[in-house]
Design a protein around this ligand. Structure first.
Ligand code: MN
Length: 215
């Protein structure tokens, strides 16, 4: 998403609306992508429209450096820039052919960091279910390459905490309420069957490649 720069445009979903049926319905994706995400895009562009120093910066740059923004713009970029970035990652990390297991260096790193893939899944599920109110659970990597599971509130993004996000599950009710109502754990288990591991691995390998070598 490094290429995204203001003014931002809503990219299409990377698959047809019905592609994730029956796990995530076409109706849910229509509202989630075309209404909720579009609103974050519009509000971000409005917030940046009178901020010349923000123009030309990528979404990642904005979120990594919130404290360098003019003070009146920080909350709007945190909420709406996060709303754009987080949703794009969420949609991109699901696939109709997903739900298998990671391979290669990511699988090894998950084993090293969490003991096993299943232990990591439990941590991720606890973070998703334990996030009070709206937010996300994440798999992220730090500047030292260490993997971690974090949860964030609202549209806060791990980029603003110095982490690089690899995978997220949106636990705002709008992500699941039409099908799963209050059953967030059921939604998590359903989402799990859609995770696009090749895409997560691509992000992991890419972020290792752009990290400066250790001294
Ligand atoms: Mn959402």
């Amino acid at each position: 998403m490094e290429q995204l720069r203001s003014p931002f445009q809503l990219p299409p979903l990377p698959y047809p609306y019905e592609a994730l049926e029956p796990i995530i319905s076409a109706e849910t994706l229509h509202y989630h992508h075309d209404k909720h995400l579009q609103t974050y895009v519009d509000n971000l562009n409005t917030a940046l429209s009178d901020c010349p120093e923000c123009h030309g910066r990528s979404l990642e740059e904005l979120l990594k450096n919130l404290d360098r923004l003019p003070e009146p713009k920080r909350t709007a970029v945190r909420n709406n820039g996060g709303g754009v970035y987080n949703h794009l990652l969420y949609f991109n990390c699901m696939s109709p052919g997903g739900g298998k297991r990671p391979g290669g260096s990511l699988a090894a790193a998950i084993g090293d960091a969490f003991g096993s893939f299943d232990s990591w899944k439990q941590l991720m599920k606890s973070a998703a279910i334990g996030q009070f109110g709206s937010g996300y659970a994440w798999l992220a990597t730090g500047p030292d390459g260490a993997l971690s599971v974090v949860k964030t509130a609202n549209q806060d993004c791990p980029l603003s905490q110095g982490l690089y996000p690899l995978l997220c599950v949106d636990v705002w009710e709008h992500a699941y309420y039409l099908q799963y109502q209050n059953r967030r754990a059921d939604y998590f288990e359903a989402w799990w069957r859609l995770v696009d591991w090749p895409e997560v691995s691509r992000l992991y390998t890419g972020c290792l490649a752009c990290r400066p070598p250790r001294p």
